[in-house]
Design a protein around this ligand. Structure first.
Ligand code: ZN
Length: 168
């Protein structure tokens, strides 16, 4: 089942998500639906639970090898810096430049309940940091500088206006 993706302005995106205590059938169904929703979103690599209105600490991502899911992810340490343009399914059409760690070490549970430690470098490290931010209610416009934030919000408002105003 495809889930409705919440976009900027929806208050759920600013909320902090809660850790999962159990990985039950309901969680597995959510992971399956989120994976399906992500694969229907062309060109997108990550989707966090709050983006579909669920305040649970999990996200799915797909770096071209099929969907994977991280549950209760915690970034233990980061190294280096990398500045790059970033988009988000909750900000369709918007890209902002954000500095992130180049490498991160993340602890999490897999959907089968195994604790794993993942070392990510480059683009995957950026995806993990972006998705973990969603679990704390942090969005891309909270990570870029103030001018970039203003430009992104203006652009986003224009995109939203074009959607609601029919072409003359
Ligand atoms: Zn996002």
């Amino acid at each position: 089942m495809a889930l409705r993706i919440r976009t900027f302005g929806d208050p759920v995106l600013k909320e902090e998500s809660r850790e999962l205590e159990t990985i039950d059938a309901e969680v597995r169904a959510l992971v399956k639906d989120m994976s399906g929703t992500l694969s229907e979103s062309t060109g997108r690599v990550g989707l966090a639970a709050p983006q579909v209105g669920v305040l649970k600490r999990l996200f799915v991502y797909d770096l071209g090898h099929g969907p994977r899911c991280l549950i209760n992810p915690v970034i233990l340490e980061g190294e280096g810096e990398d500045t790059c343009e970033e988009g988000c399914l909750s900000f369709p059409g918007i890209y902002v430049t954000i500095p992130r760690y180049r490498k991160v070490r993340t602890s999490c549970l897999t959907p089968s309940g195994h604790r794993v430690l993942i070392e990510a470098d480059g683009f995957p490290a950026r995806v993990f940091q972006h998705e973990c931010d969603h679990l704390d209610g942090v969005l891309i416009i909270d990570r870029c500088d103030i001018e970039e934030r203003k430009r992104a919000l203006d652009e986003y408002r224009d995109i939203e206006l074009r959607k609601t105003v029919p072409d003359a």
